[in-house]
Design a protein around this ligand. Structure first.
Ligand SMILES: C[S@@+](CC[C@H](N)C(=O)[O-])C[C@H]1O[C@@H](n2cnc3c(N)ncnc32)[C@H](O)[C@@H]1O
Length: 375
């Protein structure tokens, strides 16, 4: 099958997630084309509904359509159109062409236009509400050196993420990452059936998303309240989603993991460790350097321990702190040096890149995502 994936706000990271999602499951695939936020991949038939729920960084999954007219086989049709890259002229021309074809064939149609004036694509919630739940069809046109057409099969449902984020019994904004990024970290390193460790589990976001993907998970945190809150959240999740996978939690210091877990016993790690003190504004260069220096020994101790408990070839997706300073410099950890010292190999994430930044303008502590493999 040939699929088109519309990627979310960090397309390089989203593509890395898809790459390792398929690779970790031993699914053969080929990336045919990647431009901006759209990727064409050929692979076997997937369970598209499951895949969109498993992935954190994909917005739509669509199937390549050789001849668009093959979709017009009904007396009545509810039709939506999304054009990538977003170009108004291409959208208007194509809309005219499609509606003319429907008129020629005497097919009654309801055309679903984007809610936001001037937009050339339907947002995920529009496709869900106005197309998929009403048996309609969304056509995706991807314009590159030639035109590719797709029919949308599954769409990311933001309400499910929201429910597991702000709808949980326990919340704590400074300690938790989004379900989106949690899923991305899990998919980079882990596959269903794995025993995955989150050594800095906080209130359990990564563990929660791992259980939903079919990964068994162990969480450590040195803060007793975090462990209690994680337990409450995970018990809520197990009941609500009828999960059969297992989790365990331990109040423990993750710079001493091998005191608690056997060597070579863990399949994978996905985690966001302590990234330094919360910042209200961009730090000065000297302060950012101090934070990084203070954290260096902590990251090294943790990774030396992580290396002991991971199985050979086990992968660890880890968030590192990264700062843009008031002076305009980028201050980051020397990830190459830390990987060398701890005997981890840095894996490619995208086009030879060994790390990808995931941050918006407002974030003072930026997240630098890295994927390590035990030699
Ligand atoms: C950034 S938060 C993790 C967020 C978590 N992934 C979540 O979504 O809830 C970092 C966590 O690391 C914990 N922590 C810091 N140092 C630790 C250590 N040495 N051992 C274990 N946990 C530690 C903190 O208590 C905090 O909960």
């Amino acid at each position: 099958m040939i699929y088109g994936f519309l990627l979310g706000k960090n397309p390089e990271l989203s593509l890395a997630e898809i790459y390792y999602y398929l690779k970790n499951r031993n699914i053969d695939f080929e990336i045919r084309k990647f431009e901006k936020d759209f990727v064409i991949i050929s692979t076997k038939k997937l369970d598209e509904e499951k895949v969109i729920n498993d992935l954190g960084g994909t917005i739509k999954i669509a199937e390549y359509v050789e001849n668009i007219e093959n979709l017009f086989v009904f007396d009545k049709i509810r039709l939506g159109l999304s054009v990538y890259p977003r170009n108004r002229k291409l959208y208007d021309n194509l809309k005219k062409e499609l509606t003319q074809k429907l008129k020629d064939r005497k097919i009654k149609y309801i055309f679903i236009s984007p809610k936001f004036h001037g937009h050339t694509d339907l947002k995920h919630f529009e496709v869900l509400k106005k197309i998929i739940r009403k048996n309609g069809i969304e056509i995706i046109a991807f314009f590159s050196e030639k035109n590719y057409f797709f029919k949308t099969l599954s769409v990311h449902d933001p309400s499910k993420f929201k429910e597991r984020d702000v709808g949980r019994p326990r919340q704590r904004t400074i300690y938790s990452i989004s379900p989106r990024l949690a899923k991305i970290l899990i998919n980079l390193s882990s596959k269903p059936g794995d025993t995955m460790l989150d050594p800095f589990c906080g209130i359990g976001t990564i563990i929660q998303e791992a259980l939903l993907i079919g990964v068994n998970a162990i969480g450590f945190d040195k803060n007793e309240k975090c462990i209690q809150d994680a337990k409450t959240n995970l018990n809520w999740l197990m009941k609500k989603y009828q999960i059969r996978n297992k989790f365990s939690l331990l109040e423990a210091d993750s710079t001493k993991i091998s005191n608690y877990l056997e060597k070579n016993s863990i399949d994978s790690i996905a985690t966001e460790p302590y990234l330094g003190p919360p910042l209200k504004s961009k730090p000065k260069k000297t302060y950012a350097e101090k934070i990084i220096n203070d954290l260096y020994g902590f990251y090294e101790d943790f990774l030396l321990e992580a290396e002991k408990v991971l199985k050979p070839k086990g992968k660890a997706s880890i968030v590192f702190p990264n700062f843009l300073t008031k002076e305009g410099d980028e201050i980051k950890m020397d990830i190459y040096n830390i990987a060398k010292k701890t005997k981890f190999k840095l894996l490619d994430l995208f086009d030879g890149k060994k790390s990808i930044i995931d941050a918006d303008q407002k974030q003072m502590t930026r997240r630098e995502i890295v994927l390590l493999e035990k030699g």
